[in-house]
Design a protein around this ligand. Structure first.
Ligand code: NAG
Ligand code: NAG
Ligand code: NAG
Ligand code: NAG
Ligand code: NAG
Ligand code: NAG
Length: 268
């Protein structure tokens, strides 16, 4: 009786093994139908002159194999969208950039953790506020993508965010930002780049960034900053190792506490 049970278990185990080998056959695909439809809607609203998204097609039903997409291997949910454009220095850069509208259908990607739309050309429009509803985002990179206008405060709802790169590079500067209060809720944020935003009217800038408990890298070059506090008692940087405040003209001397930070990149 005992050996019979063993044999039975062996048969069950080997058939399970066979079925998991079958599942590795890419023909079946992982992609979730709703998410495929959402991605096709998203593509439909983009202008893709260079046909970078040619693999995004209903002819290939497994959206997890499309360029720039990473799915969870077990659930099949889309977790990452890697749609970084070309190096803006390239001669043919502008034809390689994605343009057009960012469709709200992205909200159907409920497990999205990583979104990189950097180095594309969204035509000097505002960052869509619905991005603040992609609650699972850990990584958001919209740098050098020709977004303009106030950053929607809804991005402060992205409480899982670890990396936020909205830096504009030398292509777009003086984008106004009147308050940084919305950032205070990003308790897990390690990396923040707002280069090219004009923070002159954001009088809370220092109070906000110095109280982000996880911050490791802060990039605020060319931000039209003039005020920086002198007293270490006002400073709560515990983990900061990279601080870039280059191309700002402060009213006062660089305060001494800056030099007590581990690694500082600072040209003023
Ligand atoms: C998003 O795509 C859907 C379906 O293609 C379309 O009906 C809708 O107008 C688009 N929304 C925006 C804001 O472009
Ligand atoms: C998912 O599968 C791919 C291809 O087999 C592999 O490269 C990747 O590391 C896997 N990812 C995870 C999180 O297991
Ligand atoms: C964001 O994208 C830019 C341009 O593609 C890249 O240079 C930068 O390293 C990215 N930022 C992060 C934090 O990964
Ligand atoms: C998301 O952010 C907006 C603006 O900051 C706020 O009004 C709203 O209550 C937030 N939603 C949630 C669910 O936290
Ligand atoms: C910096 O901010 C001041 C005050 O808002 C403004 O007058 C000035 O034009 C800004 N400078 C730059 C270089 O944007
Ligand atoms: C610094 O952080 C600690 C712990 O998060 C907090 O209790 C304290 O009030 C903060 N200090 C300042 C000056 O904000």
């Amino acid at each position: 009786m005992k050996s019979f049970t063993h044999l039975w278990l062996l048969i069950v185990a080997s058939s399970l093994c066979a079925s998991c080998l079958c599942d590795e056959n890419p023909g079946r695909g992982l992609c979730i139908d709703d998410e495929r439809v959402a991605l096709l809607q998203f593509k439909h609203d983009l202008i893709d002159d260079a046909n970078r998204l040619s693999s995004w097609s209903s002819a290939n039903i497994d959206c997890c194999t499309w360029d720039g997409i990473v799915c969870d291997n077990f659930t099949g949910h889309v977790q990452e969208l890697h749609l970084r454009g070309p190096d803006p220095e390239r001669e043919d850069a502008s034809t390689q950039m994605l343009k057009g509208n960012i469709n709200r259908s992205l909200l159907l990607l409920k497990q999205l953790k990583y979104l990189d739309l950097s180095c594309n050309d969204f035509g000097v429009t505002q960052i869509p506020s619905f991005i603040g509803s992609l609650r699972n985002l850990r990584y958001l990179n919209l740098s050098m993508s020709q977004f303009f206008g106030e950053v929607p405060h809804q991005l402060g709802n992205l409480s899982m965010l670890v990396v936020l790169d909205l830096g504009n590079g030398p292509w777009l500067s003086n984008v106004p930002m009147n308050s940084m209060h919305w950032l205070s809720s990003l308790r897990l944020l390690k990396f923040l780049d707002l280069s090219g935003y004009d923070l002159n009217s954001a009088s809370d800038w220092f109070q906000v960034v110095s109280n982000l408990p996880s911050l490791v890298e802060l990039h605020l070059p060319s931000s039209n900053l003039t005020q920086i506090p002198n007293q270490l008692s006002e400073v709560n940087f515990t983990s900061l190792t990279v601080l870039d405040l280059s191309y700002n003209i402060f009213d006062t001397m660089m305060p001494w506490w800056i030099f007590s930070l581990e690694s500082v990149v600072s040209k003023t």
